[in-house]
Design a protein. Sequence first.
Length: 198
Amino acid sequence: MSESSGPAHRPSAVPGPWSVPVLFRERRPRVVVKADLLPALSILFTLTVFSFPIGLLWSRLAPPERVRIIATDGTQGALELESWHRFDDLAVFGFLTLGFGIVAGVVVWLLRERRGPVVFAATVLGVAVASALAMWIGLRMANGHYTISTPPALGAVIELAPRLESWWVLLTGPLGVSIAYSLLATWNGRDDLGRRLG
């Protein structure tokens, strides 16, 4: 019996689920910019509206610093422990803007069909602008609330308007947005953050 002299027939390789073409067959969701641009601008301008209530609330909650008039020319002398209120003013403003940032991050996350970096960046920027405007509004409201209309007498104790002596406090609002949005995105775990489920 003679054996076939032709080349042995080998079965063709069938690509399995681990093959390279299959790995790249499914496209990952791309960042949507054009469709999210208008909603992002709307979020940015909406957040700036909250600068007024934040500034008003801070001007009423922040404690004033009490000083004593020690000379007839109006020279002021510090009272014991009163200078600590300068830190309290910063802390009150920082907690207000941090809470505002966390709430803004959670609310924007609930806009399922707009989740992504474009809306996130607009939220961070909007909270930053709102915080800066709240600082400007709050300082002017506080100065108007603690205005001294008549020259104080010698030995009198007066209250100075609350102050914000550091611009670093403006980072607390965007920090709150970043913490809230990042935690929610991590917990979600989807490549598209659940946009297609909206």
